[in-house]
Design a protein around this ligand. Structure first.
Ligand code: F0G
Length: 418
């Protein structure tokens, strides 16, 4: 019920492992025959499976397995990914200037980022076809996710990454899962170029240029709708780097509407870091994307030549959405605000709230709009960043208290919390 096609010229690839169209070089994508589904059946299956004891039923990805490329049950490699919470965010709402706001927290996944939803599908497929080695370029989260799922699948994992320029916590996590971490000079874009040149027939390349990743990640849209009784919000705001996730969420919402699971799709707002914002610039100029040399403290999205920009543009356009960029200072402040709701995320994720604040300020998003910000990674993914922030003079910094008399300190605190 789903076929692999070129996302641009519609050609059918000769092999199921290809990452690019042999005719025109563009990325491949699965096309789901949405008219073959009954919305009530999809919804009922998901509901029954949520209460099941079988691991693949409990997964927020595999409980929608009919909407995914078929994988033999014995190849499915799952860690109960995708079953994430939607958390309301009163402080975040006040900060952004909207009446109500919720976070879809994809950092609450087995390896603490949204990558797991895509990785379970990519690695399960690679396992089914007998791949022995998985490879990715990464700014850290794809690395950790691939490493974990490859470990479960009994495959070797090789990460190509600018290790000095990404979060040490992510590198350590990846080493824990047993991956080979190959540090390279240059940046993520250089690493991805090297990985895309590999032969996908012998090596499973699991970056988001792999269409199986997109299929897994699209289920975040289904889980979000499921958590809201199949009623879409007005806006979904998410960070953009390589732009696989914007492509995936857009696809998920579109398919959900085509099947009849929901009546409408949300507008997508994709937010980039100002120093890594080639997509935001292309959007503003209504022009082709021109790669940049990326620089931002939100190292997860330090990406200058996003591979999936055309897919993402199509999804943002189809949704009636927008693309923008925010400064590193705005990201830092928004991240601290997210923490005050007791949630917490890594810097790249906070681009969503910073972007929403901008969109409300310029009138693009109404104050009474129904908005969901997508948090892509957990706060513990980059504790060095958080520690630096709180030791700084930034407006929401929360400095460690030293050299006080505890009794007096608590007494003063009681007065201010009367
Ligand atoms: N947020 C986080 C926490 C990320 O790790 C990434 C990408 C993004 C947002 C952007 O998502 O690339 O689909 O637009 N991280 C990749 C990695 C590049 O290697 O972990 P995107």
């Amino acid at each position: 019920m789903t076929t692999l096609r070129c996302s641009s010229c519609d050609a059918v690839p000769a092999t199921g492992d290809a990452l690019a169209c042999a005719q025109c070089g563009e990325l491949l994508a699965f096309v789901l025959q949405t008219d073959r589904f009954d919305a009530h059946e999809v919804e009922a299956n998901a509901r029954v499976r949520r209460a099941s004891l079988e691991p693949r039923d409990r997964s927020g990805v595999w409980r929608f397995r009919e909407l995914l490329p078929p994988v033999a049950p014995e190849a499915i490699t799952t860690l109960r990914e995708g079953d994430v919470p939607l958390i309301d965010a009163p402080r975040g709402a006040a900060y952004a200037g909207v009446d109500g706001l919720a976070y879809l927290h994809l950092g609450v996944n087995p390896t603490a980022s949204f990558k797991d939803a895509g990785m379970t599908v990519a690695i399960s497929h690679a396992r089914e076809r007998g791949a022995r080695v998985a490879v990715c370029a990464s700014t850290g989260n794809t690395a950790a996710s691939m490493a974990a799922y490859a470990a479960r699948a009994g495959m070797a994992a090789v990460v190509i990454a600018p290790v000095e320029a990404i979060s040490a916590a992510k590198v350590a996590q990846t080493l824990d899962y047993g991956a080979h971490v190959v540090g390279v000079a240059g940046d993520f874009d250089d690493a991805l170029r090297a990985v895309r040149a590999l032969d996908p027939a012998t090596i499973a390349v699991v970056n988001s240029v792999n269409p199986y990743r997109i299929e897994g990640q699209k289920t975040a849209a289904l889980v979000l709708l499921e958590l809201r009784g199949w009623i879409a919000p007005d806006w979904v705001v998410l960070p953009g780097g390589n732009l696989g996730n914007a492509s995936a969420l857009g696809k998920g919402f579109r398919e959900a509407r085509a099947i009849g699971l929901t009546l409408r799709t949300p507008r997508l707002a994709v937010v980039q870091a100002a120093g890594a914002a080639p997509f935001a610039r292309a959007w503003r100029n209504d022009a082709e994307l021109v790669p940049v040399r990326a620089e931002t403290d939100a190292t997860a999205i330090r990406i200058g030549a996003p591979a999936s920009w055309k897919k993402a543009r199509a999804e943002v356009r189809a949704s009636g959405g927008t693309v923008l960029d925010v400064s590193d200072a705005e990201i830092a402040e928004a991240r601290a605000v997210i923490g005050r709701d007791g949630v917490g995320c890594e810097p790249a994720s906070a681009a969503s709230l910073a972007g929403l604040r901008r969109l409300v300020a310029d009138g693009s998003v109404a104050r009474d709009a129904d908005v969901v910000c997508v948090l892509t990674g957990h706060v513990l993914k980059d504790t060095a960043y958080a520690a630096r922030y709180h030791a700084s003079a930034a407006s929401h910094a929360n400095a460690i208290v030293r050299g006080v008399e505890l009794g007096e300190y608590l007494e003063a605190l009681l007065l201010t919390h009367a």
